[in-house]
Design a protein around this ligand. Structure first.
Ligand SMILES: [Zn+2]
Length: 119
């Protein structure tokens, strides 16, 4: 099972999804879990950046410039990544990022990039 299939299955089964019936304890647990995941991602990104910076002579200015460029792809400098719209190569309709296949014609969605699927 690849990463997309894992995410699809989690959404389909409702795993890790809060509902309107979730209580305060469940919300706090979810926030704590999300904070831990964010901390791990920050740590992994920092490690990757330090490895790349040292091995490829990259600079903080170059990194900041790239962050700004990506941020501005949707025309807004807001610190957020705009989700790209993916069109089905078979029927041309908009494909959901939450489903592994086109809802209209059933064409299986191919992974574009890791980051696309996380956004
Ligand atoms: Zn389609």
């Amino acid at each position: 099972m690849n990463w997309n299939e894992v995410l699809y299955e989690r959404c389909r089964t409702g795993e890790n999804v809060l509902t309107s019936e979730s209580g305060p304890e469940q919300l706090i647990e979810k926030v704590v879990e999300l904070e831990q995941r964010v901390d791990k991602l920050v740590l992994a990104n920092l490690a990757l950046w330090e490895i790349l910076k040292g091995r490829m002579n990259l600079t903080e200015d170059l990194l900041l410039s790239k962050i700004r460029e990506i941020d501005l792809r949707d025309g807004k400098l807001d610190g957020k990544i705009a989700r790209e719209v993916l069109h089905c190569p078979m029927c041309g309709r908009v494909m959901s990022t939450k489903h592994a296949q086109c809802l209209y014609c059933g064409h299986e969605k191919l992974d574009t990039t890791i980051y696309y699927n996380l956004a």
